[in-house]
Write a protein that binds this ligand. Structure first.
Ligand SMILES: *Cc1c(COP(=O)(O)O)cnc(C)c1O
Length: 354
């Protein structure tokens, strides 16, 4: 059976990085977050293209993810690990020269005992209560940690996608209280924080979702297109139903296309009977339930059966699908299945598209 093709525009990704980079002053470094296999798009391909665009620092969530990124980008870039230095990570961190963002006293102790002299960063909790040292812990170890020259001190915002949320200013104030005056580079912001303005930029920013074309970066260029091959078309009569549990009934004679993609590919069942797929520029309603491998589409208004229908494209972004499915673009992207054929588009230095 034909599978869908996920087209990944690495040039659009690089353009999104450049545009986000331009939002902070030249003194601020713009890193790139490539965790979760590059938000589902392929960490190696994504990291290589971003390296070429000028990225010098990458972040992953877990040490294991750093292996593929190190292979892709070579020895020079810094690869930070948000999860820090866990038991069992020591060999990976050493061998692949990763920089753990230590987030507890336990991790700090482990790192100093096992990898004396190996670069590290520190993660502080400024209010999100997810990862990082709390203020009293930080105060207790601060002098000892600073004496060892951390590469970066960072924290993370909980509500940066809501610019007017009072939590942003509160976390900013907490982060400043914890770090003002230290002689170490500081970082607070992901995509949302970059858009909050220069007070939130410090020395380094860490965009993820905006690179991949997602909100809250509204001006992002779309990076993915998902093209689903039409396997079969059929005519149904008025009153006939389509798909599991008969959730859609033809109100008049209809022409139905069945395409190859389903919830096993990360296409959430929550978009059953509500999203559309595109035949070029023409929207065609998704009818019936999304099943494991198949989606049914009403193409009654088309003259010819299309060879494929696009679920994600310039007309319907990951955030549009997320809204219909009551989730967020991040989840749609990182759920996109391994069964899809991934086709990468990139032109480097004006060279031929590959
Ligand atoms: C995921 C993550 C990022 C990137 O966030 P986006 O919202 O995707 O830009 C940055 N910093 C930390 C700590 C993260 O966990």
């Amino acid at each position: 059976m034909a599978t869908s093709t996920l087209h990944i525009d690495l040039d659009a990704l690089a353009a999104n990085w450049q545009a986000l980079d331009a939002k902070s002053s030249a003194a601020v470094e713009t890193a790139a977050v490539v965790k979760a296999n590059g938000y589902g798009l392929g960490a190696a391909q994504v990291a290589k293209r971003l390296l070429h665009a000028g990225v010098k620092t990458f972040f992953v969530a877990a040490a294991e993810e750093g292996i593929a990124v190190r292979d892709a980008v070579g020895p020079v870039p810094v690869i930070g690990v948000f999860g820090g230095h866990m038991k069992g990570d020591t060999d990976i961190i050493r061998t692949h020269r990763l920089t753990p963002m230590l987030n507890s006293i336990d991790q700090i102790t482990r790192h100093f005992e096992r990898l004396e002299g190996h670069p590290f960063g520190i993660q502080l909790d400024s209010g999100m209560n997810r990862l990082g040292l709390e203020a009293p812990e930080w105060n207790a170890v601060r002098a000892k940690v600073l004496a060892r020259g951390p590469w970066l001190v960072m924290s993370h915002l909980a509500c940066a996608d809501a610019p007017n949320h009072p939590m942003n200013a509160r976390q900013l104030a907490n982060f400043c209280t914890m770090t003002d005056g230290i002689a170490v580079r500081r970082a607070l912001s992901a995509t949302g924080g970059i858009l909050l303005g220069p007070d939130y930029h410090f020395d380094l920013v860490r965009p993820g979702i905006g690179l991949y074309g997602g909100l809250p970066y509204e001006d992002a260029r779309p990076v993915v297109r998902l093209s689903c091959p039409v396997i079969q078309t059929r005519e149904v009569e008025q009153g006939e139903t389509v798909g599991y549990s008969n959730t859609w009934t033809a109100e008049s004679p209809a022409w139905i296309a069945t395409v190859s993609a389903g919830y096993a590919d990360g296409i959430t069942r929550a978009i059953s009977n509500s999203a559309v797929l595109f035949a070029g520029d023409v929207p065609c309603p998704l009818v019936g339930r999304v099943s494991m491998d198949l989606i049914t589409v009403d193409i009654s208004h088309l003259r010819e059966a299309p060879e494929q229908l696009d679920l994600l494209c310039a007309h319907q972004t990951v955030d549009d699908i997320a809204e219909i499915g009551a989730t967020i673009g991040y989840e749609i992207l990182t759920s996109l299945g391994q069964r899809f054929k991934r086709v990468y588009k990139h032109t480097i230095d004006g060279g031929a598209a590959k």
